[in-house]
Every structure is written in structure tokens, then in C-alpha cells.
Write a protein of this length. Structure first.
Length: 255
């Protein structure tokens, strides 16, 4: 184990209430491209980022139809958790990992078996859908079945006060222009205030308010950053491991 990994290992071993933050980089080995890396989805296609807004979803019918079609096609190749995800599950089994805040919407932490009561999916999850009118929530497979049957722009079919709701359906993710869930943000902030270690994994730490958790926690806790490239919070880090994420995590928490 090299010097930086060894220092990270020592800090992790000493922690009793660690906060972990994960970004897109932890899921690239599951076949999901990151967003802002050199080959990231939004780096290569800036227009995709510009259209990933709540306003576009609720106002552009053709955009929604195309998005539902893409979602249906992508169901054929659903990614699975990689060894990095499983390494964090092994850490959680030792109880010193208090809270995991993920910026990812892929649901792979849940699928890997990470305890839900210690997981904050701060930007929501693609694996569920929600009605923007009545709040009905269901697995994303429900509206995708309707798309498969010919409904190109599925709307809510729940009966509310004796009438069909008919509200817009959307994946249960937080788009640009949409507010974070207050309870999720509160959990993340409390974890940052009470942790004794922060480990940021696979994130450029440039998207707020999640990025702001790091300097908040750094006031009283050491910070480990594990990422393939520089981040916006490198200056507050105690240890920076600039290496492959999956191999680093499996070295820190071997099977």
C-alpha cells in the first residue's frame, strides 16, 4: 500500500463516525460515464446538461417523450454495483461509517446492500418515479410498462378524490431548478457537523450544496479525497489519493 493509501487507512481505522460522499466516479466501473470528467456525459455534450432542467421536463412534451424512450431502451443494459460499492458495504458492517451521502442517481448503493437508514440519495434515484401533482411514487418500471404498451408520455393514473390525477410523471431525481428534499439536506448537514472523518469519493466536489459539506466538516474532522483527478476541495484535504477508485476502495476494505 502506497503512502497516501496508508495514511487514508490509518485515518479510517481511527474513525468512529465517518461521513462518506460519493459522486459519479464510483460508478464508472459499472459502465456509467461520469458527468464532468474528460470523457464525461456533459463534457462531451454540454447541451445535455443545459436541458437537464425541471423546467424543460414540465414544458417540453417532445423532450419527455424522447427521454421516456431512452429510458425504456436503457432498461436492457441495467448496470450493477462494482467492487467499490461492495467495499463501502463492508465498511458499513463495522458501524464506523455513519452516513453515506451520494450525488448519484443510479441506485447502485442500494442495490449493493448498503443500509438504507445510513444512505442519503441527495439527488434522488432513477429507479423510482413520482407524480408532480399528487406525489404518487412507484418503481420506474410501472410507467415504462405503459410506454412499452404505446403511451409515449405517461401521466399519473391514480384516482384522487374520485378523479384521475393525470399529473406529469418524472423520475424521482432532483433536476436543475428543482429543490433538494429538505429532510435529505438536513441529514447531510447533521452528519457533517458530527462526523470525525470525511471521505469524498469520485466527485469533483464542484456541485453545491453537497460540495459545501466538505469545508463544513473540515473545521473539526480530517478529510480524505479519493478521485482520479483534481477536485474543487483539494485545498482542505488532509489526504488526497489520486488513483483508480475501485482498486483504492478494495485495498482499503478488502473482501
Amino acid at each position: 500500500m502506497d503512502v497516501e493509501r496508508q495514511r487514508a487507512h490509518e485515518l479510517i481505522a481511527a474513525a468512529s463516525r465517518a461521513l462518506v460522499i460519493t459522486g459519479a466516479g464510483i460508478s464508472t466501473d459499472s459502465g456509467i460515464p461520469d458527468y464532468r470528467g474528460p470523457q464525461g456525459t456533459w463534457t462531451l455534450n454540454p447541451d445535455a446538461e443545459m436541458k437537464s432542467t425541471y423546467e424543460t421536463w414540465v414544458t417540453d412534451d417532445e423532450f419527455r417523450r424522447a427521454a421516456w424512450r431512452r429510458r425504456l431502451d436503457s432498461q436492457q443494459e441495467r448496470p450493477v454495483p462494482n467492487e467499490g460499492h461492495h467495499a463501502l458495504v463492508r465498511w458499513a458492517q463495522h458501524d464506523s461509517l455513519d452516513t453515506l451521502v451520494t450525488q448519484n442517481i443510479d441506485g447502485l448503493h442500494t442495490q449493493s446492500g448498503f443500509p438504507n437508514d445510513r444512505l442519503v440519495e441527495i439527488h434522488g434515484c432513477l429507479r423510482d418515479c413520482v407524480c408532480l401533482s399528487c406525489g404518487w411514487r412507484a418503481p420506474i418500471e410501472v410507467p415504462l410498462d405503459w410506454v412499452r404498451a404505446g403511451d409515449s408520455d405517461p401521466h399519473c393514473r391514480q384516482v384522487v378524490q374520485g378523479q384521475h390525477c393525470g399529473g406529469l410523471l418524472k423520475s424521482a431525481t432532483i433536476s436543475f431548478g428543482q429543490s433538494l428534499r429538505r429532510e435529505d439536506l438536513h441529514r447531510a448537514q447533521v452528519a457533517a457537523q458530527h462526523c470525525d472523518l470525511v471521505v469524498a469519493i469520485g466527485s469533483t466536489l464542484s456541485v453545491f450544496p453537497v460540495a459545501g459539506i466538505v469545508p463544513l466538516a473540515a473545521r473539526h474532522a480530517p478529510v480524505i479525497i479519493i478521485n482520479g483527478g483534481p477536485t474543487a476541495m483539494d485545498e482542505v484535504a488532509t489526504v488526497i489519493v489520486r488513483d483508480d477508485i475501485t482498486s483504492t476502495l478494495t485495498a482499503l476494505w478488502p473482501s
